[in-house]
Ligand binder design. Structure first.
Ligand code: NDP
Length: 486
C-alpha cells in the first residue's frame, strides 16, 4: 500500500552512484515487521527511471573498477567483509526484525555468511587463474577471462543479506559493476550494506542498490539493454518470466529457483543424528529455506518409530518472538502466511492427515504477528499438489517406502531438483542414491553443510547454471580464446 503521511517512519534510500538518495517519484511503500504485523519503515518504490540512473552509474564505473588491480579490488572487498563483521549485531537484529527469523539464526547463519561471501570472493579472486591449451610445437591457446560489464543481481527474502551478497561479491571480485535489488519484503540489510560500502570506500557507481517491487524495479533491471547478465534467485514462476524476457536480448542468465526437496531416511541410519538434523532441515528459518527437506521419505520398517518420535519432538518446538530463545519465529509476511495455510487446507482436501500443527499461533503480546505451528502431514501420495508444489513454510509431509528403487522414484517425482538428503550407514547405497537422485546437491547423513567452493544450483525446474566457488567467477566473466602460432 502506498504511504505518504508517515513523516516519523524511517525512509530507506536507494544507493546510486555512491550516494543514498530518494526514488525519483518520491513514493514509498510500507515495510512490515512480521513478528508484530506492524509497519516500521518505508521502502522506495523505485521505477524504471531509478534503474536507469543506477545502470548509467554502473556503466560509468565499469572502466575504473575493471581496470583496478585485483589486489586493490580484493582490499576493498575485504574491508566490506570486516565492516560486516564489526556491525554484525546491528545487521543480525535488522535481519531478524525484517524477516521474522530468530535472532539467533540471523546472528549465527545469515550475517556470518554475508561476511564470508565477501571474504571468500575477495580472497578467491587472488587465487583464480585461467587455462591454457598447448598444441605441442605448433601453437599455444590461452583463455582470457574478462569482466562483462554491469551485472543485474536480484535476490529473495528468505536469506536476505546472505543471498544478496552471494551474488554481488563474485560479480564485483571479477571486475564487473552491479545493479542489485533485494526483495521488497526484506530490504533493510541491503540498505545497511549500502552504508557499509560507502564507509569501505567502494568507488561510486560500482555497486548500486535499487529498492522496490519485482514487477517494477526488478523487471526494469531484467529488461535494461545495458545489463548483459542476470543472476537471479527466487521462485520458479518468476524465473520463467525472467528467462522469457532475457532470451531475446541474449543475456547471460543464472537462475537459482525453487525446490521440493526429498529427505530419504533408511532404516540403517544413525537414528538420533537423523532425527536432530531432520528437525532442522524441516523447520529452520520457519521452513523458508530453498534447501529444506519438505518431503520426508522413511523406510517402512522404521516408519512408525520415526512418526511417533518426530511428531513428539515437533510438538516441543517453541514458536515465538524472534528476539527470544525460540525454534521458530514468524513467517515473512501476511500473504505468505495465508499461502501456507491455504496449502494445509489443500493437503486436507487431498486426504492428508495433519499429525501436528496446521494452524496459526497467537504469541502473547504480538497477536498480529505471522506465526505458524510447525506442521507434519501424512497419508498423501507423491503426485498430489501438496507433494508437488513448493509451500516454502513450516510444513512437511511424511511417507513410507519399501525399497531403494521406490525411494528414488518418489524422490525424483517432482519437477524440481534442487537439494536432497540421504540417511544411511550403507556406504554403497549412499553412493548409488547420490548418483541417481535428480538434484544439484545431495547431502549424505547431514544437511546444509556448505563449502563455498562447491557448485551450487539445481536441475530441472530448480534452475539453470551454478553458483559457488570458481563457477561464479566463470559466470561473471566472458572467456576468450587466444591462439598463438609459434
Ligand atoms: P520471487 O520470485 O517472488 O522473488 C525473488 C526476487 O525477484 C525478489 O527480489 C522479487 O522482488 C523479484 N521479482 C519478482 N518479480 C520480478 C520480475 N518480474 N522481474 C524481476 N524481479 C522480480 O521469490 P521469493 O522472494 O518469494 O522467494 C522465495 C523463492 O525463492 C522460493 O521459490 C525459493 O525456493 C526460492 N529460493 C531459491 C534459492 C536457490 O538457491 N535455488 C535460494 C532461496 C530461495 P519483490 O520481492 O520485491 O517482489
Amino acid at each position: 500500500m502506498a504511504c505518504y503521511f508517515k513523516p516519523l517512519m524511517e525512509k530507506l534510500q536507494n544507493y546510486i552512484d555512491g550516494k543514498l538518495i530518494a526514488p525519483k517519484s518520491n513514493e514509498y511503500f510500507d515495510n512490515y515487521d512480521p513478528a508484530s504485523g506492524k509497519v516500521y519503515s518505508l521502502i522506495p518504490d523505485s521505477s524504471i527511471e531509478d534503474v536507469a540512473l543506477a545502470t548509467a552509474a554502473a556503466k560509468r564505473a565499469f572502466p575504473i573498477w575493471s581496470k583496478m588491480s585485483i589486489q586493490e579490488r580484493s582490499d576493498i572487498m575485504l574491508k566490506i567483509a570486516s565492516l560486516i563483521e564489526e556491525r554484525s549485531e546491528e545487521l543480525a537484529a535488522a535481519e531478524s526484525r525484517d524477516n521474522g527469523k530468530p535472532l539467533k539464526l540471523a546472528s549465527t547463519v545469515d550475517i556470518p555468511r554475508a561476511q564470508a561471501n565477501f571474504h571468500f570472493y575477495g580472497t578467491g579472486i587472488l587465487h583464480w587463474a585461467s587455462e591454457s591449451h598447448s598444441m605441442g610445437d605448433l601453437a599455444l591457446n590461452y583463455t582470457l577471462r574478462e569482466p562483462i560489464g554491469v551485472a543485474g543481481c536480484i535476490s529473495p527474502w528468505n536469506l536476505p543479506l546472505y543471498l544478496f551478497s552471494w551474488k554481488i561479491a563474485p560479480a564485483l571480485a571479477t571486475g564487473n559493476t552491479v545493479v542489485a535489488k533485494p526483495s521488497e519484503v526484506t530490504p533493510y540489510t541491503a540498505y545497511l550494506l549500502s552504508k557499509i560500502c560507502i564507509d569501505a570506500g567502494l568507488p561510486d557507481g560500482v555497486l548500486n542498490i535499487v529498492h522496490g517491487t519485482g514487477p517494477k524495479a526488478g523487471a526494469a533491471i531484467i529488461e535494461h539493454d545495458d545489463i548483459p547478465m542476470i543472476s537471479f534467485t527466487g521462485g520458479t514462476t518468476t524465473g520463467e518470466w525472467i528467462a522469457r524476457a532475457a532470451a531475446p536480448k541474449f543475456k547471460k542468465l543464472s537462475l537459482e529457483l525453487g525446490g521440493k526437496n526429498p529427505n530419504i531416511i533408511f532404516a540403517d541410519c544413525d537414528f538420533e543424528e537423523m532425527m536432530k538434523t531432520t528437525l532442522r532441515s524441516s523447520f529452520a528459518n520457519q521452513g523458508q529455506i530453498c534447501l529444506c527437506g519438505s518431503r520426508i521419505l522413511v523406510e517402512r520398517s522404521i516408519y512408525d518409530r520415526f512418526r511417533t518420535e518426530f511428531v513428539s519432538r515437533v510438538k516441543d518446538l517453541k514458536v515465538g518472538h524472534p528476539s527470544e530463545q525460540v525454534n521458530l519465529g514468524a513467517v515473512v509476511s501476511k500473504p505468505h502466511m495465508e499461502k501456507i495455510l491455504s496449502y494445509i487446507e489443500i493437503a486436507k482436501t487431498e486426504g492428508g492427515t495433519v499429525l501436528c500443527g496446521g494452524e496459526r499461533v497467537k504469541v502473547a503480546g504480538h497477536e498480529e504477528g505471522y506465526y505458524l505451528a510447525p506442521t507434519v502431514i501424512e497419508g498423501l501420495d507423491q503426485s498430489c499438489r501438496t507433494n508437488q508444489e513448493e509451500i516454502f513454510g513450516p510444513v512437511v509431509t511424511i511417507a513410507p517406502f519399501d525399497s531403494e528403487e521406490e525411494a528414488l522414484e518418489m524422490a525424483n517425482s517432482t519437477k524440481y531438483g534442487l537439494a536432497s538428503s540421504v540417511w544411511t550407514s550403507d556406504l554403497k547405497r549412499a553412493h548409488r542414491v547420490a548418483k541417481d537422485i535428480h538434484a544439484g546437491i545431495c547431502w549424505v547423513n547431514c544437511w546444509l553443510l556448505r563449502d563455498l567452493r562447491t557448485p551450487f544450483g539445481g536441475v530441472k525446474s530448480s534452475g539453470v547454471g551454478r553458483e559457488g566457488g570458481f563457477e561464479a567467477f566463470d559466470f561473471f566473466t566472458e572467456p576468450k580464446n587466444v591462439c598463438i602460432r609459434y
